[in-house]
Design a protein around this ligand. Structure first.
Ligand code: GDP
Length: 303
């Protein structure tokens, strides 16, 4: 199993480099591991994670007494998948839903990373599955953000709660949560403004939004998803660190994975931040969103 579309760049970049390393392979020596480390770092895996992978592979190779190219190749693929799954598998990588009543998913992230698009894609996904979906346009700060969400609503035939620009985001959320409860919606996606420039304000705004949600639905929000742009590499990692200080992030939506030849940021997020990547964006279209599956991803890189 692998992602068939959207990983072409990473496959011809990161994946091909690992394949080239293996193609030129003669023996597992210091040179081999050094080149592997370099390749991983170039692919945005991050220094620490690259070193850890390399170190663990050295031990694995020794343990298995692996000498053949195919054994080394298997060991690398297994290590990349293991690295990801070490902290939890299956369900852990999926969006978490309420057992009863509306599920509330809060989206955070800086401008331009693909928050609104990801919400639109999710609206399409769950609407197609017959779920009753509601969107809340609580990014009242960025010009055009409300209109953009309203358009996604039209495109996916999903209702959107919106107020004029510069309205209090918490007021939008209040109305949306009330409506979701009163009209038996299954899922409410909330778009927020991610202004990292002013962390104190952002924290206050997100706290207020969460208070409003909790008052109506005590166990909500069921997810706080941070959207990160895969093409920004290590910068995405820094954003994740900053947002984690401001709010309790429960998972990552990694967008524009189709736009990078690196793709190793997936591993860095998991290994350094201990946050699960729950969704990956593999294009601009409505259907270009997948639940993240480490095996599909890693196999997609190499095939
Ligand atoms: P927001 O400011 O975080 O809400 O970002 P937007 O949702 O407006 O997205 C910014 C741009 O990124 C838009 O042009 C989207 O079409 C594009 N985009 C979002 N997700 C993806 C993706 O997974 N792949 C690609 N190639 N483009 C994406």
């Amino acid at each position: 199993k692998r992602y068939t579309k959207g990983l072409e760049k990473s496959r011809t970049g990161f994946g091909a480099k690992i394949n080239a390393l293996l193609a030129n392979f003669r023996r597992v020596d210091e040179d081999f591991f050094e080149e592997l480390e370099e390749t991983l770092i170039e692919a945005d895996v991050g220094f620490e994670t690259a070193m850890q992978i390399s170190e663990e592979l050295r031990q694995e190779v020794k343990l298995r007494n692996a000498k053949k190219k195919s054994d080394i190749s298997d060991a690398i693929i297994e290590k990349l998948v293991d690295m990801y799954e070490a902290e939890g598998q299956g369900e852990y990588n999926q969006l978490h839903f309420a057992t009863q009543g509306p599920t509330v998913v809060l989206f955070v992230g800086v401008n331009g990373v693909g928050k609104t698009t990801t919400i639109g894609k999710l609206a399409h996904r769950y609407q197609s599955q017959g779920k009753k979906v509601l969107l809340a346009a609580a990014d009242t700060f960025r010009a055009g953000a409300i209109q953009q969400l309203v358009e996604w609503g039209k495109r996916t035939n999903v209702e959107v709660v919106a107020k004029p620009e510069k309205s209090d985001p918490a007021a939008v959320v209040f109305e949306a949560v009330k409506k979701a409860k009163a009209e038996d919606y299954d899922i409410l996606f909330v778009d927020t403004a991610g202004r990292l420039q002013n962390k104190v304000n952002l924290m206050k705004e997100l706290e207020k939004i969460q208070r409003v949600i909790i008052r109506e639905i005590p166990e909500a929000p069921h997810e706080v998803i941070l959207a990160l742009d895969a093409t920004t590499g290590q910068n995405a990692l820094n954003q994740a660190k900053e947002f984690s200080q401001v709010t309790k992030v429960s998972g990552i939506a990694l967008t524009k994975l189709d736009g990078t030849a690196r793709g190793g940021i997936v591993l860095a997020i998991r290994n350094e931040l201990h946050l699960p990547v729950k969704l990956v964006g593999l294009g601009e279209g409505m259907d270009d969103l997948r639940d993240f599956n480490p095996e599909e991803y890693v196999y997609g890189l190499f095939q």
